[in-house]
Design a protein. Structure first.
Length: 189
């Protein structure tokens, strides 16, 4: 569980760095809002998240779930990191409840559902989708699965509950993995 937590925090940091970077198109995903981050100094996923205001809710969640040390660990991790706008789609009362110390285990499970062990770049995900005949299953450190597919030129994740999230920013590099920002919080079911 500690390793999975480190993975999630590392991913969060990477996403934050991506949000601070310049936006450039990527042939690997065909996405329109894809950023390449070139940090002044390499940092972990958590460090990247700390440097980006768009990931403040995610960083708060990582702190409450006590996953910071894990996501600052060796990795590598791939984090599909929800932005503040993604968290804004969650019922405010439910989110507030989830961020309470009493719900730490539930929050940790939710956050770990956004993390995949290993480093998967956007090109790796697109290749896996192609190799899978139009979709691929990504096993999360939480133990669940996310289905990845393409809708047009965008990578879409489908969670266990049937909800969908679009990858909006890809390949935000961290010293211990990579972050891909998503527009909706994925739910483990």
């Amino acid at each position: 569980m500690r390793i999975y937590s480190k993975v999630l925090l590392a991913s969060v940091a990477t996403i934050a760095l991506a949000a601070c970077s310049e936006t450039t198109p990527s042939d690997a995903t065909g996405g329109e809002d894809i950023a390449e981050a070139v940090p002044a100094e390499p940092t972990t996923i958590v460090g990247v998240a700390q440097d980006n205001a768009d990931f403040s809710t995610l960083l708060t969640a990582v702190t409450v779930a006590e996953l910071g040390e894990t996501l600052s660990g060796e990795g590598p991790f791939t984090v599909f990191a929800p932005t503040n706008d993604a968290f804004g789609k969650v019922d405010a009362t439910a989110l507030s409840d989830l961020l309470s110390p009493e719900k730490k285990d539930d929050l940790s499970a939710l956050l770990n559902y956004h993390v995949v062990a290993g480093k998967l770049t956007a090109a790796d995900v697109v290749q896996a989708i192609s190799d899978g005949g139009g979709s691929t299953t990504l096993k999360t450190v939480q133990g669940g699965a996310l289905k990845a597919s393409l809708e047009g030129e965008k990578v879409v994740l489908e969670d266990a509950a049937g909800g969908k999230s679009i990858v909006t920013t890809t390949d935000v590099e961290a010293t211990n993995g990579v972050i891909h920002a998503i527009d909706t919080v994925v739910m483990p079911g």
